[in-house]
Design a protein. Structure first.
Length: 562
């Protein structure tokens, strides 16, 4: 029988396998994988490696997992690597497959939980890249509350097209330009071939980089993790440090719920809105907060955004990519400016064992650079996200307002049940300046899966209508979307939300300064239409999508499953 001389809290779960004569069968199987008697005395560390060949975001993660294992071994732990799923948003976008993207967040969280809990692991490292990887990993880390740390695979470098930096956003928007006749097929193909030059997640401040930023700000990854590009040699060194750090977390018994406090979430929201981050951060941060029993609401996002300046000139609403920001100190540069302005909780704890302020002050940053504006001379005095309410969205809706903070839109509703019909109408040129495009039955239950609509938003931008056509949906948007795009409308159409009874030609008003989204109908007219509304048949009655549709909650509460 193996015995342990380590502190009990370091083998708080694996001791069940290694410390009792009755567990001899378990130890026999562990020995079959090469573990020695000495190994059985050491803490067991789960390494969830989300590497896969289905997306450039994750194709390279194996080398980071190996380096993290080296770090764990060097610090006298035993690493156990396992994998889980990924769905590539960029590849599935615009197809029926995109409905599975948000569903994958729950599967990732559940699968990491089941392996780590079932195999009695003492600690957890997650290594991930694509959009839903990050919140899925963080939901599992928060839920399990064993010492844990997240590592991001890093963002892709820009491609080059006719002397200009390009990325996947440019390709989606080029599809709209091609449909309008402003771009040849030859040029579209040439752009397609160079836009994504290798491994890494999408390069702008889209969902992957917004969430990796949020996780670093919350203190659950090492300083610099969010902004170091995927191909940068520093990433391998970071991965080894991640392994060593996890062992220190075990030694100190510092756990996720010691770090994931309300102040940590408020810090994450502040940085996200200051940089014009993805609307998906609202869904994901609420979902992570639920795992640690913190009630984070839509109103928290709006309150913080109203009091936070928008200071980042980053795509999709600006010029620069995460690789550009990395040259000037990364997210630490943003946090320094916000900390100095008193907008962050600097005393929040992090996985380094130091406070957020201590981490940030230790990073060398370059003040004179073009990416991040000064607090007293921002791009806008308020942040990049806003929460809307009104008779279309009684439970709230989310809009990325970067560049449109003071705009008001009013126009006739162009109503589409689900995304494909809307995309085809845009491609045909049926949508005109001043229209308010309504896409419904794409919510968490109705889609199901609340698919992103980058194909639609990019087609609008590509046709030159990005500032003149508003889009309202109970679905959601890619972090690469920009313009007056309102998503997450709740209640959704599938459960009889007011968006379900909008008709072609209804006058819709989107009033961003006053945070209102309304249709020009009386309460009596809305009630009359709702009394006659009938739900549409579900798109799926079997399989994972049908199960998800039965279990999922409203977007306003994070679209989590119960």
């Amino acid at each position: 029988m193996a015995t342990t001389s380590r502190p009990a809290h370091m083998k708080h779960r694996s001791i069940e396998l290694t410390g009792d004569p009755q567990r001899a069968p378990a130890r026999a199987m562990l020995r079959a994988m090469g573990l020695t008697s000495d190994d059985l005395n050491k803490p067991f560390v789960a390494i969830a490696n989300l590497a896969s060949d289905v997306t450039p975001c994750n194709v390279h993660l194996d080398r980071f997992a190996q380096a993290a294992k080296e770090g764990v071994r060097a610090a006298d732990g035993v690493p156990f690597e396992f994998g889980t799923i990924t769905v590539s948003d960029g590849i599935s976008m615009g197809t029926e497959g995109m409905k599975t993207s948000l569903v994958s967040r729950e599967v990732i969280a559940d699968s990491i939980e089941l392996v780590t809990f079932g195999e009695r692991m003492d600690g957890l490292i997650t290594i991930a890249g694509c959009d839903k990887n990050m919140p899925g990993c963080m939901m599992a880390i928060a839920r399990l509350n064993v010492p844990g740390i997240f590592m991001y695979g890093g963002s892709i470098m820009p491609g080059q097209f006719r002397g200009q930096d390009v990325n996947i956003q440019d390709v989606f928007e080029a599809v709209g330009s091609y449909a309008k006749g402003d771009m040849t097929l030859e040029d579209l193909t040439a752009l397609e071939c160079v836009a994504c030059p290798g491994e890494g997640s999408c390069g702008g401040l889209f969902t992957a980089n917004t969430m990796s930023t949020s996780i670093e700000v919350m203190g659950m990854s090492l300083p610099g993790d969010a902004s170091i590009p995927a191909i940068d040699p520093r990433k391998l060194g970071e991965a080894r440090d991640v392994g060593r750090t996890l062992m220190r977390l075990l030694e100190e018994d510092l756990r996720p719920r010691d770090i994931l406090t309300r102040h940590a979430f408020e810090n994450a929201i502040t940085v996200a809105v200051s940089m014009g981050g993805s609307t998906n951060s609202v869904l994901h941060l609420i979902a992570i907060a639920r795992e640690v029993d913190i009630e984070l609401t839509l109103d928290d996002f709006d309150r913080i955004s109203r009091n936070t300046p928008y200071i980042a000139d980053m795509k999709p609403a600006g010029k620069y990519l995460m690789a550009d920001l990395s040259r000037y100190g990364g997210i630490a540069l943003v946090m320094k400016r916000l900390l100095n302005a008193g907008l962050l909780h600097g005393d929040a704890m992090t996985v380094t064992g130091k406070t957020l302020r201590e981490n940030v002050e230790a990073v060398e940053t370059i003040d004179d650079q073009p990416v991040i504006y000064q607090i007293d001379a921002p791009r806008s005095p308020t942040g990049g996200l806003a929460i809307l309410r009104g008779n279309i969205a009684p439970d709230g809706a989310v809009i990325k307002v970067a560049g449109h903070q003071e705009r008001k839109f009013e126009g006739p509703a162009r109503v589409f049940d689900q995304e494909p019909a809307a995309f085809q109408a845009i491609q045909r040129g049926d949508i005109k300046a001043g229209d308010i495009v309504i896409i419904r039955y794409e919510g968490p239950k109705g889609g199901p899966g609340m698919q992103e609509m980058l194909s639609v938003t990019a087609a609008i931008v590509g046709q030159g209508l990005g500032d003149d056509v508003a889009l309202v949906t109970d679905g959601r948007f890619s972090g690469a979307s920009h313009g007056p795009m309102v998503g997450h409308v709740a209640p959704e159409a599938a459960v009889g939300g007011p968006i379900a009874i909008l008709q072609e030609g209804d006058i819709v008003t989107l009033d961003i300064p006053n945070r209102q989204l309304n249709v020009n109908l009386t309460d009596e007219e809305i009630a009359d239409r709702l009394s006659k509304w009938q739900p549409i048949p579900p798109n799926y009655t079997t399989g994972a999508l049908a199960k998800y549709a039965k279990l999922v909650s409203s977007a306003s509460s994070g679209a989590v499953t119960h």
